[in-house]
Design a binder for this molecule. Structure first.
Ligand SMILES: *Cc1c(COP(=O)(O)O)cnc(C)c1O
Length: 230
């Protein structure tokens, strides 16, 4: 079941990339394993997945302790400043940096641990009240300020597009994020390499691939529905 789902998702990513004249290797599939047991994560691991996404710090650290050390963990959920110390040094990428205060805390912890923290800036492209993220107009300033902090590397942008039945509705938001990323890259800011674009979930990852995603974050499409909806 999981293996078939995974094959389907990989195949869909490949086709979407080809439609857009991109190479499928440009897109990394992150299997979003939140609420799912380690047994299921191991099943995906056996099928070759090495990138997993979690959105809760406690669950993330519990799973890191139990699973193979060559997994690249992605923190994709809202991060509270008092939990930064559990995440820095343990994850490949923090996708959800939405304020300078959070970036400052990540920097402090990275200095303490003598590691470099790779981060994405989360952008609330659709301006949804319920979502975290910087406004598109604030994003460049946040990128500049975060990149100036010690031991932070800004690697790109992330967005969570609105819930919708029709992925076409989100195409314009993916385009806005891509354009924003290109605009900021052109400024040649120190410590900023806008190479990552984290966008697209189960309902809209193919559209996101067509619009330039380098990470898609797929949970339900791989692991099935979550009973605890978070
Ligand atoms: C849960 C979650 C996903 C995956 O959602 P699905 O619709 O199950 O694919 C992706 N990104 C973030 C930030 C999430 O919290």
């Amino acid at each position: 079941m999981l293996r078939e789902n995974l094959d389907t998702v990989r195949e869909n990513i490949g086709q979407a990339c080809r439609r857009a004249g991109r190479s499928p290797e440009e897109v990394t599939l992150i299997a979003v394993s939140k609420t799912k047991p380690v047994e299921m994560i191991m099943e995906a691991y056996e099928a070759g997945v090495r990138d997993f996404g979690e959105n809760k710090v406690q669950e993330l650290t519990d799973k890191i302790a139990q699973l193979p050390s060559d997994i690249r963990w992605h923190m994709i959920g809202h991060l509270q400043r008092n939990k930064v110390k559990y995440v820095v040094g343990r994850v490949a990428l923090i996708h959800s940096v939405d304020s300078l205060r959070l970036a400052e805390e990540i920097s402090r912890e990275a200095v303490k641990q003598q590691v470099v923290a790779r981060i994405l800036i989360e952008v609330n492209v659709a301006g949804e009240e319920s979502k975290y993220g910087a406004a598109p107009s604030e994003t460049e300033n946040l990128v500049r300020a975060a990149a100036a902090l010690p031991r932070i590397q800004v690697c790109g942008l992330m967005t969570i597009a609105p819930m919708t039945d029709d992925p076409e509705n989100n195409r314009r938001f993916f385009r806005i994020l891509k354009n924003l990323s290109v605009d900021i890259e052109r400024k040649n800011i120190d410590n900023v390499r806008m190479v990552c674009l984290s966008m697209g979930m189960t309902g809209d990852y193919e559209t996101a691939c067509e619009e330039g995603a380098t990470f898609v974050r797929v949970g339900t499409g791989i692991f099935g529905e979550r009973s605890r909806q978070i």
